[in-house]
Write a protein that binds this ligand. Structure first.
Ligand code: ATP
Length: 353
């Protein structure tokens, strides 16, 4: 195992910057997830670490070794892709063993590692099957097994769950987490799926347009998003973002078309134009609450209900526990605790201190 250090790492394709200069330190044994929308540069970053793309500038260190000039094979990493590309004519056992054989590893050591990985991934009974006789989830486990048998210093995952259906995605996700808990291998994992990021990561790196917007433990990033982009990206449904203005006194915030102001936990500059963020679960139906809510549409999900509507003229989504349809008449007015209000600069999108 090893640390991974990126220092001023950047990538341009012609004139276009795919990754702005980026610093990142992944600790020994840490699981870090790069998350962001399509085109934000996360795959480019991962491919540079893997040695499949040449950096325009900056350094990549695995442990103390600068690996910029090293071939992928020489980096002691193992990568799992979205497209698991198993050899169709080989059994699971041979698929697992093949990379080790190419490296000239002794037979008894290959056998030991294959048995060990198969046991770890619950593949023992499939070792003699061909990939076509496996389910999608089992194939992805074989792909992970191929990475594990290498016993690398660093695992790189590139959207490994994208080809699986929703149910399988959830179960393989749990397997990946369990595997990391057992092996403790330093891991860099790329996804556009914020649920994967939240559930798997010890730290998330939220990326947008080739830049890192925020790095931190998922719970911390969720609780205190640094920008409106992060606020709107993490969380499902995402945080509601309202155009609003701080009152002249600086101790409350007003949404246009709403009479009552919402008290702030600490005062800020009076009169400031802001973006006000409120998580869907932060609203409390309250008969004399300050916010009037007009309900449009309900989405009952069993354990909870999503309610879409408006506050003033601005769209808003609420998440309430249970079957909120039962209590439609309670939904007309809402309150929010002052600590649940997030303020961002209306121009820059940065969180106000
Ligand atoms: P996705 O989730 O869609 O894979 P991503 O966040 O991984 O997106 P990248 O694949 O890293 O994004 O791409 C970042 C930017 O670099 C994009 O604008 C993309 O079009 C551009 N890009 C990537 N590879 C190349 C290439 N070989 N030549 C030119 N531009 C490229």
């Amino acid at each position: 195992m090893a640390t991974l250090t990126l220092s001023s790492l950047s990538k341009r394709f012609g004139d276009a910057a795919a990754l702005a200069p980026t610093d990142l330190e992944v600790a020994d044994g840490e699981f870090v997830v790069l998350v962001g929308p399509s085109g934000c540069g996360k795959t480019t970053l991962l491919r540079m670490v893997a040695g499949l793309e040449t950096p325009s500038d900056g350094d990549i260190l695995i442990g103390d070794t600068r690996v910029n000039g090293l071939e992928p094979r020489a980096r002691d990493i193992a990568m799992v892709f979205q497209n698991y590309a198993l050899y169709p004519h080989m059994s699971v056992r041979r698929n697992l063993a093949y990379g080790l054989k190419l490296r000239g590893m002794p037979k008894h050591e290959i056998a030991r590692r294959v048995e060990w990985a198969a046991g770890l991934l619950g593949l023992d009974e499939y070792l003699d099957r061909k990939p076509r006789a496996l389910s999608g989830g089992q194939r992805q486990r074989v792909a992970m097994g191929r990475a594990i048998v290498r016993e690398p210093q660093l695992f790189l995952f590139d959207e490994p769950l994208s080809n699986l259906d929703a149910k399988l995605r959830a179960s393989v996700r749990v397997e990946i987490k369990r595997l990391h808990q057992r092996l403790g291998t330093t891991t860099l994992y790329v996804t556009h799926d914020q649920v994967e990021a939240m559930t798997l990561a010890q730290r998330v790196v939220v990326m947008n347009r080739g830049r890192v917007e925020q790095v931190g433990p998922p719970a911390e990033v969720y609780a205190k998003p640094a920008t409106t982009f992060v606020a709107g990206f993490l969380g499902s449904p995402p945080m509601n973002l309202f155009e609003a203005r701080v009152t002249a006194t600086g101790d409350a915030v007003e949404i246009p078309g709403v009479d009552a102001a919402l008290p702030l936990p600490t005062a800020v500059e009076g009169g400031l134009r802001v973006t006000l963020g409120i998580r869907p679960e932060a609203f409390l139906p309250t008969p004399d609450g300050p916010l009037p809510f007009s309900l449009d549409l309900q989405e009952p999900l069993g354990a909870e209900t999503l309610l879409h509507g408006n506050i003033g003229k601005q769209a808003c989504t609420l998440r309430l526990a249970g079957d909120a349809a039962q209590e439609e008449d309670r939904l007309g007015r809402l309150a929010v605790a002052p600590e649940a209000l997030h303020l961002f600069d209306a121009e820059s999108g940065f969180r106000l201190k």
